[in-house]
Design a binder for this molecule. Sequence first.
Ligand code: FAD
Length: 516
Amino acid sequence: MRPLTLVLGDQLSLDLPSLVGLPDGGVVALCEVAAEGTYVAHHPQKIALFLSAMRHFAESLRKRGVKVHYSALDDADNTHDLLDEAERLAGLYDCDEIRVVRPGEWRLLEEIQARANAPLPWRMIEDDRFFTTPADFAAWAQGKKQLRLEYFYREQRKRTGLLMEGNHPAGGKWNYDHDNREPLAKDAVFPAPPSHRRDAITDDVLRLVAEQFGDHFGTLDGFNWPVTRRQALVDLGHFIEHSLPDFGRFQDAISDAEPWLYHSRLSAALNIGLLSPHEVCEAAEEAWQNGAAPLNSVEGFIRQILGWREYVRGLYWTRMPDYKRGNRLNAGRGLPSCYWSGDTELRCLKRAIEMTRDNAYAHHIQRLMVTGNFALLCGVAPEALCDWYLAVYADASEWVELPNTLGMVLHADGGLMGSKPYCASGKYIDRMSDHCRHCRYDPKQVTGTRACPLNSLYWHFLERHADTLSTNPRMKLIYGSLSRMSDEKRNAMHQQAEAFLASLDFAPAYGRGGQH
Ligand code: FAD
C-alpha cells in the first residue's frame, strides 16, 4: 500500500487520523490552489493565515521525517484545483490510493464523492478532532421536532464529564447565562493579545497575498494570527490567564473602540486544527478548579465550544445540502454596499465593518446583533449574507459559518436553530454598547431625521413577517405592542423605514427571495 495522504488547509493537527501510523513509502501532500483562495473573495488575513499555517505545518511534518510534497501557489505545474492536484501528485509518486479526512465543506465532500469511479480510489476518513461525529449528532437528533442547543449541550456535558460533579452539573446549574449579560464596564481594561513574531515563512506569505489578493476586502497590516501550534498555545494560555475570568460577565458587551474585549480569539486556531477543542475546554475547566476563573465564565466559555461549535457542525452535516437553500422569511435583497465600504452613518455597523476589515475578526455579538441584525431587518438574502461572512472572517469555514448566518441570524431555516429571530432595535445596541454616544442617530427616537434607523426597521420587519412570526409564543408580547399602536404611528414608522431602505445601495437582488 502506497497512499497519498492529502491534508487540507483546516486539518493542520499532528494527530490527524490520516497521519497516525502513516505507512512506509506514503507521501503527505499539502496543496495551495488558486480555486480555494477565490471561490469567495476571502479576507487577505484569512488567506495569509491558511498559507502560512500550512507551510509551517509542512515544515513540522518534515522535521518528523515525513515525506511531504508541498504544492505552492506559484509552482509552475500546479493545476490549481485541489482534487486534480492530489491526483496529479498521486501519479507523480506512483501512489495507489488517496486518503483524506472528511473536509469541512459539503462542496468538497461532494466533489470527492463524485470521484467514486476515478481510476485511483479516494478513501475518506472520519474526522475525530471533535467531541461528536456527524453520526453521533444524527442519533441525538433522530425523532426530535426541535433541535435545541440546551438539550444537546447537557448531553455533551454528561458524555464528556466536563464541568460535572457525578451526575450533576458543577455548581448545581447547567447555565449561567443570567450572570453573563453585563454591558461594558466604563473603567474596563482589556488584555492586549500576545503579538506573534513574523518569521521568513510568514513574511513571504504576506508579500504573496498582498500581490495576488490585495484587491480583496480587508487589510493585512495588523496580521497577528497564530500560524503554528506553539503560537496557538501561547494564545490559549494568555486567554486563560488574562481574559477568561471576565469572559462570562462581558460576553455580550460591544465596544466602540475595542475589537477583542475578553474574547478568546481562538476560533481560527481551533478551526484550522492548531488547537483541539478538548484541550481548550480542559484548560478552562482547570482554571475553574484552581480558582483562577469563576464558574459563570468557564461554563459560558465551554458552552460555546462543547455546545454551540459541535451543535452547528452536527446541524450542518445532517441537514446539508438542503439547509443551504433555506429562506423561510423569503428575503431577497442583495448586500448593502456599506458591508464592503464601511460607508454608513450607523456607528455600530460602521465600527463592526471597520474592525472586520482591519482584523478579519468581529466578536460574536457584533456578528449576530450588528451586521447580522441589520441584514435581517433589511431582508438581505441568505446567499448574499453567507458569502460575506464566509469571505471576511479568518475563522470562516462553511460548516460553522452557514448555520450561524442562515439559521441563527436570518432565521432562514424556519426556526430549526433558534426558536425566534434575534431581531433587535436601537435600544439593544444602546444598552449593550457605547456606540450610540458616537452616533449621529438617537436610539430613543423612532421617526424623524435623528431617529435610529434600526428602530423603524425593527417594526417594519415585524409587520412584514407578522404572518409567520406573530403566532410564535416568544414573540406574542412584541406583536401585542405593535397591535396597540395607532395607525398613524405605524404609518409613520413604515414610511421612515421605507425611506431608509430606499436610501441604501443594495447589490442586485438574489434569486429565490422576493423583494419587499
Ligand atoms: P469566543 O467568544 O472566545 O468563544 C470561544 C469559542 O467558542 C470560539 O473560538 C468558537 O470556537 C466557539 N463559538 C462561540 N460561539 C460559537 C457559535 N455560535 N458557533 C460555533 N462556535 C462558536 N465561528 C467560527 O468559528 N467560524 C465562522 O465562520 C463563524 N461565523 C459566524 C457567523 C455569524 C453570523 C455568527 C453570528 C457567528 C459566527 N461564528 C463563527 C461564531 C462566533 O461568532 C465565533 O466563533 C467567535 O466570534 C470567534 O471569536 P472567539 O474565538 O474570540 O470566540
